[in-house]
Design a protein around this ligand. Structure first.
Ligand code: GAP
Length: 425
């Protein structure tokens, strides 16, 4: 958390006013990394497939959507009040005594709906009620017919979305792990009803692989199938992909078999057909849905935790973020050895060569050793140093973050060399 603040990954929201309840802002490095997490997900889930398309649905939605989806009735956590100090807690996360005052005297648990309610338009009456979405998923279900008609996709196919969701969590905690405003990366995969279990297994495997391919150590990941009493109201089977956080194993992503629960309810309530006619078999059916649902902000935190390391190089202790180059806030740092005009001219030329291909930082202040340390600490995989020899031989030094190995590369071949390294990793 201290590194996140010190280096500009994540700041407390409205900090100059004392902060705003578990709400966070992403700084210059954090916004790059969060974008990289979302792009890596989009690349794997949409770009590299021909059976998934994307959408970007509205955050504000009318009560009917949430009534029919079951969220108005079921999207609740059990809330208790401490009778001593009147603080409020989530009953299922309490371990006996009140964390504020130690009392064990609580009220009966009652359901607390997690959705944020607001009013759309200038009149604050019941007719103007709207909700901020607590999951992006409903945007895919209510657009099912639109997507089917406009894309010519046929089951099995998926609709993906990345965006903000909002939950009025009773006890947000653990930095950006559980916040009231967060980002999700969700995909609804529509399949013939009898193929649900097979596709569920498939997506569990795919999603596990995504984290590992981006450098997540397998020993910090595990799969945990839900017990029957933990399942969401729409799911018949869910497996959580869990990460070993500093406080123990906790959820990163849920992969659920939502069956035809959502499409069937929305079709019944709206009167619009949300089914598929298969011309090959002459059958009409409501597809079943397999849903890998991840949190972008939570995933970014897990990648930061997994990447954090401290080691000693050439007798000096350093902090290093061993982030995959696809996730690092900057892939390349261009560092002129001194601020001499001629060096800076060449360094800027190198920067402009690299910028169309990589997110780059340009850093000309402090000693070169301190600049290397700074870039180790923010996870930059490659530092490119321009020195006085560079003026003679038009070559630069590429330093690799993890090994600190340095090689000399001609300026004209630099982009190709960095791209080669990126493709290897
Ligand atoms: N559409 C299904 C769904 O929303 P979920 O398990 O409630 O399922 C999916 O949420 C993911 O969204 C979680 O695994 C987590 O990564 C993220 N998430 C949920 N609530 C969150 C919160 N309050 N803060 C940060 N991330 C959250």
């Amino acid at each position: 958390m201290s590194l996140c603040k010190r280096r500009g990954f994540i700041f407390q929201s409205a900090e100059i006013y004392g902060g705003f309840r578990s709400t966070y802002d992403y700084g210059p490095l954090g916004v790059n990394m969060l974008r990289n997490v979302k792009n890596a997900w989009w690349r794997s889930m949409v770009q590299l497939r021909d059976d998934v398309v994307g959408i970007d649905a509205a955050v504000l939605s009318p009560p009917r959507v949430w009534e029919v989806s079951g969220h108005l009735e079921n999207f609740t956590d059990p809330l208790v009040d401490c009778r001593q100090c009147h603080s409020r807690w989530r009953a299922d996360k309490l371990e006996g005594p009140c964390p504020s005052c130690g009392s064990t005297d609580f009220t009966e648990a009652r359901p607390f709906n997690l959705m944020f309610k607001t009013h759309a338009g200038p009149v604050e009456d019941e007719g103007a009620v709207a909700y901020l979405r607590p999951e992006t998923a409903q945007g895919m279900f209510v657009n099912f017919a639109n997507v089917l008609q406009t894309t010519r996709k046929r089951p099995p196919f998926g609709i993906a979305q990345v965006g903000k969701s909002f939950r009025n969590e009773i006890t947000p905690q653990n930095f950006v792990f559980r916040t009231r405003e967060f980002e999700q990366m969700e995909m609804e995969f529509f399949v013939p009803p009898d193929e649900g279990p097979r596709w569920h297994e498939y997506w569990i495997g795919e999603r596990y692989r995504w984290y590992v391919d981006l450098g997540m150590p397998p020993e910090r990941l595990r799969l945990r199938p839900h017990q029957a009493d933990e399942l969401s109201h729409y799911s018949i089977a869910t497996s959580d992909l869990e990460f070993r956080f500093p406080w123990g194993w906790d959820e990163l992503e849920g992969i659920a078999n939502r069956t035809d629960y959502d499409l069937r309810h929305h079709a019944d309530a709206s009167g619009v057909h949300l089914d598929y006619f298969d011309p090959a078999t002459g059958e009409r059916y409501v597809p079943h849905v397999i849903e890998p649902a991840a949190g972008a902000t939570r995933t970014m935190m897990a990648f930061l935790l997994a990447a954090y390391d401290e080691d000693v190089v050439t007798g000096e202790a350093r902090t290093v973020l061993r982030l995959h180059h696809r996730l690092a806030p900057y892939q390349v740092a261009v560092l002129p050895l001194s601020k001499k005009e001629q060096l800076e001219l060449l360094a800027r030329e190198v920067l402009h060569l690299c910028q169309p291909h990589f997110m780059c930082d340009y850093d000309a202040t402090q000693s070169i050793g301190r600049r290397y340390r700074r870039h180790d600490e923010i996870g930059t995989p490659w530092c490119v140093t321009v020195d006085f020899d560079s003026l003679e031989d038009r070559a630069v030094t590429v330093r690799e973050r993890d090994t600190t190995a340095q090689v000399r590369v001609p300026v004209d071949g630099l982009v190709a060399e960095l791209r080669r390294r990126a493709e290897q990793g």
